[in-house]
Design a protein around this ligand. Structure first.
Ligand code: URA
Length: 408
């Protein structure tokens, strides 16, 4: 039976709800083995799934754990999910902004995957910051300050946890069908009414073909309709890193700079303003233009930064104890010209090699290391000028600067 199901997908045929249910729940119960699940996942990656199969799989994922419901307490909960990027600290910025605009945000975030960072790792760079809030604590905090960012509770889509871990090590992450059911099951199970999906596209992202990003967007919207959730999507660039910092403490510091209005007019700030105004527009049912002016207002009047300080305090973090490695290494311009590209993927790999991300699930992250860019795409550079500072622990082999920074 199990082998027949794998064979059916290998031949590109459609699996029924029953077949998917038997296979996936069998895996959760230990009856289907890792090698059998790996084989089915690869067949799905190669042959794809019909929409009906994706809807069935999403339901199986949702039903594998708790379904959270904060309906009685909150009117509308808006959530956003990013498919993962390099230097993507947007949640740390837009969570406080949207909450400061008066919309409750309960965000269940994840850890870094592959070369992309995760919000929970960044928050844990703040010593003492708790990412394991109970449902009672979540409710109490959201009522108090409109904002909670915490890790996924153990029983929120447990199926996704085991399947994702296997996908990560079997080169089966980048299937649109699997991504759609993974993301949407978590958003629906966590009780979000309105969902904004930031689909990253480019060299530093899971997806590098526009038609795949568009297909994911369509699927997410269709799944949302089934569960009566409003889903909006944005397809955003991930060829170059977001902002200046890559690495956990450095990214927290950069998020604080943006919230204090110290950074403006770069790709990170633009994206945060776009995402936050989309969320505020959904949450308040107002136009995106009106939402954007509210977003700018709470950044300019300091309310968004105050919200950030409140969440850090309530979740036990101590910003004075953020650690930055004091050992620095500089990457310098190999010629004079204009910086025309910064390779996000190469910097993602470099940050992992410095210890800012994990090579395997067991690896411990060093929060104090990372990369701080001194120049962004479009800027002029002189020969020998510092393009980036690496905050390192051990001495490292110099990376190939020419393959990371394109100067013309
Ligand atoms: N993010 C997720 O949560 N799941 C995926 O499958 C890909 C990105």
């Amino acid at each position: 039976m199990i082998v027949d199901i794998i064979n059916k997908k290998r031949l590109g045929e459609e699996l029924s709800y029953k077949e998917l249910d038997v296979f996936f729940n069998g895996y959760l119960e230990g009856k289907v083995k890792d090698y059998q699940m790996s084989s089915l996942l690869m067949a799905i990656c190669i042959n794809g799934m019909t929409d009906e199969e994706v809807f069935a799989l999403t339901k199986i994922f949702i039903d594998s754990g708790d379904i959270l419901d904060f309906e009685d307490i909150l009117d509308v909960k808006v959530d956003k999910h990013s498919t993962g990027g390099i230097g993507d600290k947007t949640t740390l910025i837009i969570g406080p902004i949207v909450a400061a605009c008066g919309i409750p945000v309960i965000k269940f975030s994840g850890r870094g995957l592959g070369y992309t960072g995760g919000t929970i790792d960044k928050l844990e760079a703040i010593p003492g910051f708790r990412i394991d809030l109970s449902n009672e604590e979540i409710l109490e905090q959201v009522k108090k300050i409109n904002l909670v960012i915490t890790g996924q509770t153990a029983n929120l889509v447990p199926m996704d946890k085991v399947i994702y871990a296997l996908r990560d090590v079997t080169a089966t992450v980048s299937s649109i069908s699997l991504i759609a059911s993974s993301i949407m099951s978590k958003k629906i199970a966590s009780g979000a009414d309105k969902i904004l999906l930031d689909i990253k596209l480019g060299r530093g992202a899971l997806l590098d073909k526009r038609e795949d990003a568009e297909k994911l967007s369509e699927l997410a919207i269709k799944i949302g309709k089934i569960y009566n959730r409003e889903v909006r999507t944005m397809i955003t660039d991930m060829n170059v890193p977001l902002g200046y910092a890559i690495g956990n403490s450095l990214e927290v510091k950069e998020a604080m700079d943006v919230l204090q209005g110290k950074e403006y007019d770069n790709n990170l700030v633009d994206l945060c303003f776009q995402l936050a105004s989309e969320m505020v527009s959904m949450g308040k049912n107002i136009s995106k233009e009106e939402a954007l002016s509210l977003v700018k207002e709470v950044v300019n009047n300091g309310k968004a930064y105050q919200k950030f300080l409140e969440i850090v305090k309530l979740q036990g973090g101590d910003l004075d104890k953020l650690e930055f490695s004091s050992k620095e290494k500089y990457l310098k311009a190999y010629k004079k010209g204009v910086l025309t590209n910064i390779d996000a993927l190469a910097l993602g790999k470099l940050s992992v090699s410095l210890g800012a991300g994990r090579r395997s699930k067991e690896d411990k992250i060093d929060y104090s290391v990372g990369i701080r860019l001194n120049k962004l795409v479009g800027e002029e550079v002189a020969k020998g000028e510092v393009l980036a500072t690496l905050y390192v622990k051990d001495s490292i082999k110099s990376p190939d600067i020419e393959s990371i920074f394109e100067i013309k």
